[in-house]
Design a protein around this ligand. Structure first.
Ligand code: IPE
Ligand code: IPE
Ligand code: MG
Length: 248
């Protein structure tokens, strides 16, 4: 038995564990270049980091983990890198599917999925066919693919506008909850914690609405080096934060 598996001393006080953690997984390219490799080598090792962080999050009781895997802006990279990333993600979804399902982890995909390459859409479709009964569901892993917050908010506004136009929604009845309900994260709590690796301190078009009151955690660690210990450290740092929400 691992020390962290016992019931006497949980690794983190359960009341300090966020329900929803969002991660901007950044620094794969620099990690690879720093070792004299091609950028894709970094993305390959980035998948290993995702596996370890997902396992750690589920273990400590996180209910939703949202990872930024590919942004709408990332299409601007050289096509061999984009193709490599798409291929890697399509393969990882299929190869991890059984292990994740066994562990009670459901994959959910957010973003403009219809514009992804066919093979990746097929992997996503396969993952979405898995039926995980609610009594076995431990954590939802949201994979943000071809995602950006401005894309998501634009989609939401289009849907809301069409409901107003067809008379099913009165403009004065639009509330913040209406907007929540039209986002890709509807039904989920907002992230309490956002982690960004690689030293960059920006949101890069990620979850702009949902992150309104989120605690931000930045680390210089490059994504392929971010594992169980680094995840626990981020969660511990979150546990020390005093969230005030504008009050005293
Ligand atoms: C994050 O690592 C992965 C994706 C954006 C797909 P990067 O590829 O951005 O790595 P750096 O930031 O260039 O080092
Ligand atoms: C953000 O990282 C997107 C993902 C992690 C998928 P980027 O590397 O694309 O962001 P910028 O370009 O540094 O803002
Ligand atoms: Mg980057």
């Amino acid at each position: 038995m691992q020390p962290h598996d016992n019931h006497i001393a949980p690794i983190l006080p359960p009341e300090s564990v966020p329900q929803h953690v969002a991660i901007i997984m950044d620094g794969n390219g620099r990690w690879a270049k720093g070792q004299g490799h091609q950028r894709l080598f970094g993305h390959q090792h980035g998948v290993d980091a995702v596996r370890e962080v997902v396992r750690t999050a589920a273990e400590v009781g996180v209910k939703y983990l949202t990872v930024y895997a590919f942004s709408t802006e990332n299409w601007g990279r050289p096509s061999d890198e984009v193709d490599g990333i798409m291929h890697l993600i399509a393969g990882a979804i299929l190869s991890e599917l059984d292990t994740l399902t066994q562990a009670g982890i459901r994959m959910n995909f957010i973003g403009d999925l219809a514009s992804l390459p066919e093979a990746l859409q097929e992997s996503i479709h396969t993952a979405q066919q898995v039926d995980l009964p609610s009594d076995r569901l431990r954590m939802t892993l949201n994979v943000a693919l071809n995602y950006s917050a401005r894309w998501e908010l634009t989609e939401a506004m289009q849907q809301i506008a069409s409901e107003v136009q067809n008379g099913t929604l009165a403009p004065e009845r639009i509330t913040p909850e209406t907007i929540d309900d039209h986002l890709t994260t509807h039904g989920m709590p907002d992230p309490e914690l956002l982690i960004r690796t690689s030293g960059e301190k920006r949101l890069s078009n990620f979850l702009l609405w949902q992150l309104s009151y989120t605690e931000l955690y930045f680390t210089d660690t490059l994504w392929p080096d971010f594992g169980r210990e680094q995840m626990l450290e981020a969660l511990r740092a979150y546990g020390q934060r005093h969230r005030r929400f504008g009050k005293l």
